[in-house]
Design a binder for this molecule. Structure first.
Ligand code: F6P
Length: 476
C-alpha cells in the first residue's frame, strides 16, 4: 500500500483553506446559522451516542474530512487491520486485537485461551483457598484490567484484586497490605517478560512468599513462556505477538479483570467491543463514530492548532479512563516519522490528559474556560445521575458559548468557542465499557491512517529503558 503524506491530499489542502473561514466563525454563530445543528450532529452507533455539535466544523468541513479519510485509504487500511495483514511494519507484525473479541468467529487459539481463562477464573472465584489476586504488570499490561476492575468492581466474589505497576516498592507494599502469603495468588503480566519494573515486583513477591512453591502462587501471561517458566510460574497463558500491550485487555491480560467481574460480564465486555468493531467496519463514513472522532481530532490538531486533548469522564467509575487513554493515544500516535521514515512536518497525537468530572471543575477547568489556549475535550456522560449529566452539559455549553455580557468585567467573561464532544453511554456496565474502549481504539487506528504513521510500535520508550539499565549498571 502506498503511503503518501496527508499534506499531499487535495482534501488536506482544502481543509487548510477552510480553517481560515472557520476560525472567524464562533460556535454561537454556527448554531444560529443551522437550527438543526444539535440534532444533525448527534449520531448513534453500537449503543453509543456522539454529539459533536460543539466542534468547530460545518457541513463543508465535515464533507472534506470524510473525503480526506477516503484519500488516505482508510477502507483499505481497515481491511488490512481486520484481515490480519502485517500493518505493524517496523515489527513485521499483524495487529490482532479485534480477533480477540470476534466471538464464534475468533481463531481457535483465541477461543482456547479464553476457555482456559474462564476455567482458571471459575476455580479462583469459587471460594477455594485464594483471597487476593495481585496483578503485576505495567503500561498496557496493567492499565486495562485495572480500569475494568476499578469501574465495575469485584462482583459476586470475595476475592480482592490488587495491582502493582511501579518499581517503587510502595506500590507492591500497598497491594499486599493485609494479605497472607498462603491465600495470595500473583498474576504476572508481561508480554516480553523482560520489563524490569514487573520483574522486580515479581521477584519481591516471590521473596514475600517465603518457602512456598512459586508454581502454585504464580500465573504468568506472556509471549515469553520459557522466561516465565524459568521464573517459576506454574501456569503460563499466551500473549501473541500480534497483540500490543495497549490493545491487550481482551486477551489473557484481562485474566484478573475476568476474575473480578466473572465470565458473563467479561463476555459482555468483549461483546461491546465487537459491536464497535462491526460498526467501524460497516457504518458509512459520515455516521461512523470512531472515524468521526478521529477526523475531528485531526481537524483540531492540524487545522485549529490544538496541542492537547482533555478526557473528562463524568463518572467516578471511569476515573482511570484518562490514564488508559493516555497510553492508548500517545504511545500509539506520538510519532514524528511516517511509515516511510520521513520526518513529519505536521502534528500527530496531542497530549491527552484529564480527570473525572465534577472533580476537575474545581481545579483545571479554570484554564479550559479562560486560559489562553483552547483545549478540545471529550465529555463522557454515562447516566450515573442527573447532576453529573447536567454538569457535563453545562461545562460543554460554557466552553462552546461562553459569555461576553457587557455588564460583566473582563475577568468574568468567558471567550467560548472552545470545542468539545459529548459521548453518551446508556449506563456503566461491562457491555458499555467494552464499547467505549473499542471506540477509542478505532479512533486511534483511524488517526494513524490519517497521519500516515505506524500506531502499533513504541520505539520511543526503548531508549529510556536502555539508559536506566546503563546508569544502574555503573552504580551511580
Ligand atoms: O515501556 C512501555 C511498554 O513497552 C508498553 O508498550 C507495554 O505495554 C509495557 O511497557 C509493558 O511491557 P511488557 O508487557 O513487555 O512488560
Amino acid at each position: 500500500m502506498t503511503t503518501p503524506p496527508p499534506t499531499a491530499c487535495p482534501a488536506w489542502q482544502q481543509l487548510g483553506e477552510e480553517a481560515a473561514r472557520l476560525r472567524a466563525l464562533s460556535l454561537s454563530e454556527l448554531f444560529a446559522q443551522d437550527r438543526q445543528r444539535a440534532r444533525d450532529c448527534t449520531l448513534a452507533g453500537a449503543g453509543l451516542q456522539l454529539d459533536f455539535s460543539r466542534q468547530r466544523v460545518d457541513s463543508r468541513v465535515l464533507g472534506l474530512l470524510v473525503t480526506l479519510a477516503a484519500e488516505r485509504g482508510l477502507p483499505q487500511w481497515r481491511a488490512a487491520l481486520y484481515g490480519g495483514e502485517p500493518i505493524n511494519v517496523t515489527e513485521q507484525r499483524a495487529v490482532g486485537h479485534t480477533a480477540l473479541r470476534a466471538g464464534d468467529a475468533a481463531p481457535g487459539e483465541v477461543r482456547a485461551t479464553l476457555a482456559r481463562m474462564r476455567g482458571l477464573a471459575q476455580r479462583l472465584r469459587g471460594g477455594g483457598c485464594w483471597r487476593r489476586i495481585v496483578h503485576l504488570g505495567t503500561g498496557g499490561s496493567v492499565l486495562g484490567p485495572q480500569l475494568v476492575v476499578d469501574a465495575l468492581g469485584a462482583l459476586d466474589t470475595d476475592l480482592e484484586i490488587a495491582f502493582a505497576a511501579n518499581i517503587d516498592p510502595l506500590d507492591l507494599g500497598r497491594a499486599l497490605a493485609g494479605a497472607r502469603p498462603e491465600t495470595t495468588l500473583f498474576v504476572v503480566v508481561s508480554k516480553t517478560f523482560t520489563t524490569e519494573e514487573t520483574l522486580a515486583n515479581a521477584r519481591a513477591a516471590r521473596r514475600w512468599l517465603g518457602e512456598r512453591d512459586p508454581a502454585s502462587h504464580f500465573i504468568a501471561v506472556t509471549g515469553n513462556a520459557p522466561a516465565a517458566r524459568a521464573f517459576g510460574a506454574g501456569e503460563v497463558l499466551p500473549l501473541p505477538d500480534s497483540i500490543g500491550g495497549r490493545f491487550s485487555l481482551w486477551s489473557a491480560v484481562g485474566l484478573s479483570a475476568l476474575c473480578a467481574i466473572g465470565a458473563e460480564r467479561f463476555d459482555a465486555l468483549l461483546a461491546g467491543a465487537r459491536e464497535v468493531d462491526q460498526h467501524f467496519a460497516a457504518a458509512a463514513p459520515e455516521r461512523n463514530l470512531p472515524l468521526l472522532m478521529a477526523l475531528l481530532g485531526a481537524w483540531n490538531v492540524n487545522f485549529l492548532g490544538a496541542a492537547t486533548h482533555a478526557v473528562l469522564p463524568y463518572a467516578h467509575a471511569l476515573r482511570l479512563l484518562p490514564a488508559y487513554l493516555q497510553q492508548l493515544e500517545m504511545e500509539s500516535n506520538g510519532k514524528c516519522v511516517d511509515r516511510e521514515g520521513r520526518a513529519l512536518d505536521y502534528a500527530t497525537a496531542p497530549v491527552v490528559w484529564g480527570a473525572e468530572g465534577t472533580v476537575g471543575q474545581h481545579s483545571f477547568h479554570q484554564l479550559l474556560h479562560q486560559g489562553t489556549q483552547a483545549v478540545p475535550a471529550d465529555f463522557i456522560v454515562a447516566g450515573v445521575n442527573a447532576e453529573l449529566d447536567a454538569n457535563a452539559e453545562a461545562q460543554a455549553d460554557a466552553l462552546a458559548f461562553g459569555t461576553a455580557d457587557a455588564p460583566l468585567p473582563p475577568y468574568r467573561r468567558h471567550p467560548g468557542n472552545r470545542p468539545s464532544s459529548l459521548i453518551r453511554l446508556e449506563r456503566i456496565d461491562a457491555l458499555n465499557l467494552g464499547r467505549l474502549l473499542a471506540l477509542y481504539e478505532h479512533k486511534v487506528f483511524a488517526q494513524g491512517v490519517i497521519w500516515n504513521i505506524n500506531s502499533f510500535d513504541q520505539w520511543g520508550v526503548e531508549l529510556g529503558k536502555a539508559l536506566a539499565r546503563r546508569i544502574l549498571s555503573k552504580g551511580t
